[in-house]
Design a protein around this ligand. Structure first.
Ligand SMILES: Cc1cc2nc3c(=O)[nH]c(=O)nc-3n(C[C@H](O)[C@H](O)[C@H](O)COP(=O)(O)OP(=O)(O)OC[C@H]3O[C@@H](n4cnc5c(N)ncnc54)[C@H](O)[C@@H]3O)c2cc1C
Length: 258
């Protein structure tokens, strides 16, 4: 169990940021991941009083506060209307509703966990992270950065017209994913994100005309990633699953296009 000597409910991002510069401090969001750690930390910095728990929709983008829960993503009308079924599919297997009412979007993205369904999903969209000191940068760039002591304030998903679908494979219904795939499409391009390989999600961008059929395009996409072996499956199996799921998602998107 994780233990703290002090608890501070931050009154501003500046205060949270300053407190977090000490290695002995830790930012607390939904605490779902933190509480299964076994550590002693000096100060827990709570972001829950900073008004970061909403989803705002404008004509150009969805602005998701870091403290917004996974359940909010799952049931948000605007997100579900713009990306039909996507957020429901990428959240529904994460433990249970009670858990998703606690775990946050910010904790999921900042953590950059290999198994993250949320990271895999958002990486295939036109997504940016807003960092307190680091400014607004593409999610893909954030994934490549080393961990630092900045604070993730908001996640911004642009309404750029992409249509997107998600699929994952699990050994049991609510286990960590064995593989997670998200595909989005514009008229000429597919964006394919694959997570739980078991490394953290990465993105490849493929032009539709790069191969003659959807099977070949799916193989091309799957070839882009490195796959590893752990207790859930071998690298070879993960690659095979990626080809199958990506092809299915391409086909489903094509069906939607009519
Ligand atoms: C048993 C279990 C099963 C899970 N299964 C899945 C799964 O199948 N799929 C999936 O996608 N996820 C899964 N997760 C992960 C979960 O969905 C959340 O991603 C995770 O709990 C982190 O979110 P949180 O709000 O609890 O963050 P916390 O536990 O509070 O924080 C996690 C880390 O992020 C840091 N942090 C949090 N917010 C910020 C911020 N705004 N700025 C800077 N740093 C921040 C914290 O300091 C900490 O290091 C699982 C977690 C658990 C415990």
């Amino acid at each position: 169990m994780i233990k703290f000597k002090n608890y501070v409910k931050a009154e501003s991002l500046e205060e949270a940021y300053n407190l977090n510069q000490k290695k002995s401090s830790v930012i607390g969001a939904g605490m779902m991941w933190l509480k299964v750690q076994s550590r002693i930390k000096m100060t827990l910095v709570d972001l829950s009083g900073l008004g970061l728990d909403g989803i705002e929709e404008t004509d150009e983008e969805f602005v998701i506060g870091a403290m917004c829960t996974l359940r909010q993503l799952e049931i948000h009308e605007g997100l579900n209307e713009y990306f039909p079924g996507l957020f429901k599919e990428c959240t529904r297997s994460i433990v249970g509703v009670q858990f998703r009412n606690g775990a946050t979007a910010g904790g999921s993205i900042f953590g950059r966990f290999g198994f993250s369904d949320i990271l895999t999903c958002m990486l295939a969209l036109d997504t940016y992270v807003e960092l307190y000191k680091g400014g607004i940068i593409p999610l893909e760039e954030f994934c490549r950065q080393k961990f630092n002591r900045d604070i993730l304030v908001r996640i911004r998903i642009k309404k750029d017209g992409r249509r997107a679908l998600y699929a994952s494979s699990r050994m049991t219904k609510t286990d960590f994913p064995l593989i997670a795939c998200c595909v989005s499409a514009t008229d000429e391009t597919y964006y394919v994100s694959v997570g739980a390989r078991p490394g953290k999600a990465e993105l490849t961008v493929i032009k539709r005309k790069e191969a003659s059929g959807l099977k070949e395009l799916a193989e091309l996409a799957a070839d882009h990633f490195h796959y590893g072996t752990n207790q859930r499956g071998s690298g070879e199996y993960r690659k095979h699953l990626t080809e199958v799921y990506v092809k299915r998602l391409f086909m489903a998107l094509e069906r939607e296009e009519g």
